[in-house]
Design a protein around this ligand. Structure first.
Ligand code: SF4
Ligand code: SF4
Length: 284
């Protein structure tokens, strides 16, 4: 589910959870090995800027594949630096016939230095390496402070959620802070047609992307004469918006400049996060 304009996204993990659908399995397929040498020679091509929603979406998808390969190659190189040299010398596993001694090979569970290397790799990727990714995420969000909302109100006039209003209320009653914030300002449009009038471009794109999924459209009645009537007391979902540089933003949103500045960094971060999950699944 991809909530491109939604404020339904108040979780830093969401930077990595959607917006672009390309997983490590897509890249690595059924092969157990990561062989990116040839692909990594292709440098990331930054396509000419197209501010339309279709353009933003296509640019994200097109660039992400190359960036994903770049990320996989960089992780592989890092793990090679901790690979033990001459690991098989003096090994007691006399019948070991593993030819391809890469990170994903099926090494014996005990007494094998390369199996120890696999475990060290997981410890590193989920420990120190993940801390580096968190620092990179913080850097991305810090850069957002260099940009200001132009008060176009596009995000106030149209927000989408995978949850109905009733579901949001139920979630709020169960303690979900985001849902509580969301329903403290947003109310549902009476009809999809009403929402469509607000941003037909968005509708056209969304309808193509979500296919059979049901989504719900909201607006904020606190918006009066295109100004927020509770500006000083607006909730965090409004103060923090947009919280994900990989989401599509309304074309008039001034934070598109922030997205442009950090999109490569953010895609690299998402790719690395997905790749760590893949390593964990394969080696953990
Ligand atoms: S509370 Fe204010 S900033 Fe938030 S959505 Fe409503 S009008 Fe916009
Ligand atoms: S500039 Fe962006 S954050 Fe500000 S009101 Fe417009 S859409 Fe919302």
């Amino acid at each position: 589910m991809t909530n491109f304009f939604s404020k339904d996204d108040n979780n830093t993990n969401n930077l990595f959870s959607d917006g672009i659908d390309l997983s490590a399995d897509d890249l690595f397929g059924s092969s157990d090995s990561i062989n990116t040498t040839q692909e990594s020679e292709k440098k990331t091509q930054v396509k000419p800027k197209d501010n339309s929603l279709d353009g933003q979406y296509n640019a994200l998808k097109d660039n992400y594949e190359q960036i994903f390969i770049e990320a996989a190659e960089s992780i592989r190189k890092e793990l090679d630096t901790i690979k033990p040299q001459n690991a098989c010398e003096g090994c007691s596993h006399k019948d070991c016939d593993i030819k391809r001694k890469d990170i994903f090979a099926p090494y014996p569970p005990a007494g094998c230095k390369l199996r120890e290397w696999q475990m060290q790799a997981i410890t590193y990727l989920t420990g120190d390496y993940k801390q580096k990714l968190k620092a990179a995420y913080n850097d991305i969000m810090d850069k957002k402070k260099n940009y200001e909302c132009n008060r176009c109100a596009a995000c106030c006039m149209l927000s989408v959620s995978e949850y109905s209003y009733t579901q949001l209320k139920q979630r709020a009653m169960k303690g979900d802070k985001f849902s509580e914030d969301f329903i403290s300002v947003f109310v549902p449009y009476e009809s999809e047609e009403d929402a469509k009038e607000v941003n037909p471009e968005y509708f056209a794109l969304l309808n193509r992307l979500v296919e059979d999924e049901k989504i719900y459209y909201y607006y904020c009645p606190k918006l009066k004469n295109n100004l927020c009537s509770i500006y000083e007391n607006r909730p965090n979902i409004c103060r923090d918006y947009p919280h994900n540089p990989l989401k599509l933003l309304p074309s008039q949103c001034s934070f598109n400049e922030w997205k442009d500045e950090v999109s490569h960094q953010a895609m690299l971060l998402k790719a690395k996060t997905d790749i760590i999950a893949f390593y964990k699944e394969k080696l953990g």
